[in-house]
Design a protein around this ligand. Structure first.
Ligand SMILES: *[C@@H]1O[C@H](CO)[C@@H](O)[C@H](O)[C@H]1NC(C)=O
Ligand SMILES: *[C@@H]1O[C@H](CO)[C@@H](O)[C@H](O)[C@H]1NC(C)=O
Ligand SMILES: *[C@@H]1O[C@H](CO)[C@@H](O)[C@H](O)[C@H]1NC(C)=O
Length: 399
């Protein structure tokens, strides 16, 4: 059964007015090259999507306003200097996107700063953060599945693509710590890969949920740089090191859902909650391994004890958790797809498709480790076929 949903997005661009429904399109680009080259090709290929997104994304107008203030400028410069020190090759990758798309670098960098710059002058609550992303994971003797709704501001609908990349760093980048990477990740237009969902060649399949701690650390590593680096992780230990980010630490928060497959084909399911550590130069982490439990995560902290914002992001998380817990314990991929498709609540939905919701489910991803496929749905995953099915290849561990 298939139901076509017309979520109508109206945007005005240089005098024209287009009406675009929910597109059932999943652009995938396959890339090989240095960080800069790969960024450049993404920018060149998706220039119109990136320009359109930058022109219409309301939050960016706010970030630009903050950037014009003294504290905003200072946070921007300090973060950029720190990232040029820590991850110069990812800064080059971003420069490649900017050059390829012919958009200013600073706009792309402001997107990475996100709530760090958004709250720089006015850190009030309730915060208008309206994040949404629901992740569910199961790992049984028969199945291992990570299922995720990618929810984002409605401007992001139809403004994303998948990068399937093989990065061969230049000698200069290697000297700064870059390693060869093979990964596939969904990207919001103009953003770095990593802060959504994807997999890497070393046995990692992952999804991200935005979390909103009250106190952020401007100048520290934006979460999107940390999740970009996660695409290079070799194993859980390496991932933990990247997330800890010793010497600096995360400037804002998120949750990372991971299934790791090792060279023996053994799988393990984890959730990590990450937040800025206000007392030391590293990230605050809580790592939980799920043995027989179902992994369920939305956009609020479940284990780390800290002050987070209140507002729609928390109301939506509570509503989605309630809706999810009304279902029987999921045991199969079909069960997970039913839960992801839940629209029973009036206020906030697991599959957010209401015309007036600021946050919409732009895609749902189902990683099926038994089939070794990444299934991407644009409509409800229990009532539509995946628009794209990508193979999951763990080339480095021979699986
Ligand atoms: C928060 O959202 C409300 C309702 O959409 C809006 O009126 C208000 O201006 C927003 N506040 C900020 C600081 O963006
Ligand atoms: C964190 O790093 C800053 C800058 O290097 C330094 O001034 C500060 O003392 C460090 N704080 C701690 C708790 O180590
Ligand atoms: C999809 O799942 C929802 C529950 O989330 C259920 O109400 C609905 O009947 C399911 N649809 C199909 C076609 O199975």
């Amino acid at each position: 059964m298939f139901r076509l949903l017309f979520v109508v997005v109206v945007f005005a661009l240089s005098g024209t007015c287009e009406i675009v429904g929910r597109r059932r399109a999943v652009p995938v680009i396959h890339l090989r090259g240095s960080h800069y080259e790969v960024g450049y090709d993404v920018g060149r290929t998706f220039s119109s999507l990136i320009k359109e997104f930058i022109a219409t994304y309301a939050n960016l107008r706010d970030f630009e306003k903050e950037y014009k203030t003294e504290p905003g400028k200072e946070a921007y410069e300090k973060t950029l200097a720190n990232m040029k020190e820590r991850y110069p090759y990812y800064v080059k990758e971003m420069q490649g996107v900017a050059d390829g798309a012919k958009v200013p670098f600073y706009q792309l960098f402001l997107l990475q700063l996100d709530d760090i710059i958004g709250t720089i002058n006015d850190n009030h609550i309730p915060r208008n953060d309206t994040g949404g992303c629901s992740s569910l994971g199961i790992q049984t003797p028969n199945e291992a599945v990570l299922a995720h709704t990618e929810d984002a501001f409605s401007e992001t609908l139809n403004h994303f693509y998948i990068m399937s990349a093989h990065i061969i760093p230049t000698q200069e980048d290697r000297d700064h710590g870059a390693v060869e990477e093979r990964f596939a990740s969904l990207c919001y237009a103009g953003h770095m890969p990593g802060y959504t969902m994807g997999y890497n060649e070393n046995g990692l399949v992952f999804s991200i949920n935005t979390l909103s701690p009250m106190i952020l650390k401007p100048g520290n590593t934006p979460r999107t740089f940390i999740t970009r680096a996660l695409l290079s992780a070799k194993n859980l230990e390496d991932a933990t090191k990247i997330l800890t980010d010793e010497g600096l630490g995360a400037g804002n928060g998120c949750s990372v859902n991971m299934i790791w497959t090792d060279e023996n084909g053994e799988r393990s399911l984890y959730n990590v909650e990450m937040a800025p550590d206000l007392t030391s130069n590293k990230s605050l982490l809580n790592i939980k391994k799920f043995e027989n439990d179902v992994l369920i995560h939305t956009n609020k902290y479940l284990r780390l004890q800290l002050k987070e914002v209140d507002g729609p992001i928390i109301d939506s998380s509570n509503a989605r958790l309630e809706a999810i817990f009304k279902h029987p314990t999921p045991k199969t991929r079909d069960d997970l797809q039913d839960i992801l498709s839940d629209t029973t609540r009036q206020d906030f939905q697991v599959f957010q498709e209401k015309d007036d919701s600021i946050i919409k489910t732009i895609a749902a991803g189902v990683f099926d480790l038994k089939e070794k496929t990444w299934n991407i749905y644009i409509n409800k995953p229990n009532a539509s076929e995946p628009v794209a099915i990508l193979p999951i290849r763990f080339t480095n561990i021979g699986k």
